[in-house]
Write a protein that binds this ligand. Structure first.
Ligand code: ZN
Length: 134
């Protein structure tokens, strides 16, 4: 199993990891790439990679949905907002690959989303599955 190591520098942060995934794809590979995280306060999503403001706006909206309010939640760690945001986005993504290239849309990138940082030891497990020709 291949692992991508990520560290975050802010409490909440969206980091483009498209290039890290692209580097791992075998030459001329056809199939799918599966990304999975064993964490509970960060997520993986796919969204626009052109305008940096999109990342800002996503984080801002998530703060409206799940504000960092320890008095509102019961969880003893005080980081329920991070758990909620992570579950809303999810801990995995699957992306098709054709001839060694991710089949992302023109404006799409793969993003690691930190909701309880900064952290130095975030890991994404990466697996490639070969396409079965029918
Ligand atoms: Zn917790």
């Amino acid at each position: 199993m291949i692992t991508i190591n990520i560290s975050s520098s802010n409490h909440s942060q969206i980091i483009d990891i498209t290039h890290k995934v692209t580097k791992l794809i075998p030459k001329n590979f056809n199939g799918i790439c599966h990304l999975f995280m064993q964490h509970t306060t960060c997520a993986i999503t796919i969204n626009e990679n052109a305008d940096e403001d999109v990342k800002h706006d996503i984080l801002k909206m998530f703060d409206v949905i799940a504000p960092w309010n320890k008095d509102f939640f019961k969880h003893y760690e005080g980081n329920s907002a991070a758990h909620v945001k992570s579950s809303l986005l999810g801990f995995s993504q699957t992306i098709p690959i054709e001839n060694g290239l991710l089949k992302l849309g023109t404006w799409q990138g793969i993003f690691f989303c930190e909701f309880d940082g900064p952290r130095t030891e975030r890991q994404i497990l990466v697996q490639f599955f070969t396409e079965q020709k029918i």
